[in-house]
Write a new protein. Structure first.
Length: 220
């Protein structure tokens, strides 16, 4: 399999399946396309009409969506607990992923993923806080239902889907309840997440289109 991704510092959508596959030891080749570059769309156009990342290639199969990739991987690799075994927890995990997949637009727009940056306090407004409150409520319910340490016990799809949010909370440092701050720490310390973040910080590829708060590298 090949996973096509964007810049690790900025591409939250790419992070989710990459982290999931790394965590479970699913073998894949990585192909990174620089976001916003002319060759980005030129490379993707023959592969998928969406011309977005991530894209999973498995033989002739093309899966151009992070949630669809997670579902495909779960079917392709039933030996891995990508979703919880318990049907109630599995349904809840899918609910959390669906919420992340389609929601929290204010957080996405005002606090875009930027792993290498430290931007405490920037991007915050009341609409963003409502998204943060909803995320924390979802986390609280899942952790109480499963007993932790991750959302549904062991690290799985739901944690991979919220890993980019955890990086945002580290970058922008909004105030979080204690249980949520502890969960952020656990996710960011997971080996696959830590590897992605380390590689994102090592890119040193400043993309102005993804930088609402910085004008050049090193300037905050």
């Amino acid at each position: 399999m090949t996973l096509i991704i964007g810049n690790k510092n900025y591409s939250s959508w790419s992070m989710r399946p990459w982290v999931l596959m790394r965590h479970f030891g699913i073998d894949f080749a990585e192909r990174l396309l620089r976001l916003y570059a002319a060759e980005f769309h030129a490379a993707l156009a023959p592969i998928t009409p969406t011309q977005t990342v991530p894209v999973l290639l498995d033989g002739d199969l093309v899966v151009p969506d992070s949630l669809a990739i997670a579902e495909y991987l779960a079917e392709r690799h039933p030996e891995h607990a990508i979703w919880p075994a318990d049907p109630v927890l599995r349904a809840r995990a899918r609910v959390l992923c669906a919420n992340m997949h389609s929601g929290f637009q204010n957080l996405r727009q005002q606090m875009p993923m930027n792993i290498e940056a430290e931007l405490p306090g920037l991007g915050w407004n009341l609409a963003v806080q409502r998204d943060i409150d909803r995320i924390c409520a979802l986390w609280d319910g899942a952790l109480k239902m499963s007993g932790g340490p991750f959302l549904f016990g062991a690290f799985g799809a739901a944690d991979a889907f919220y890993a980019p949010v955890c990086t945002r909370f580290r970058t922008y440092a909004p105030e979080l309840p204690g249980f949520a701050a502890d969960y952020v720490d656990r996710v960011l310390d997971a080996p696959a997440v830590r590897q992605w973040c380390d590689e994102g910080r090592a890119e040193h590829d400043f993309l102005p289109q993804g930088e609402p708060y910085r004008t050049r590298p090193g300037r905050t």
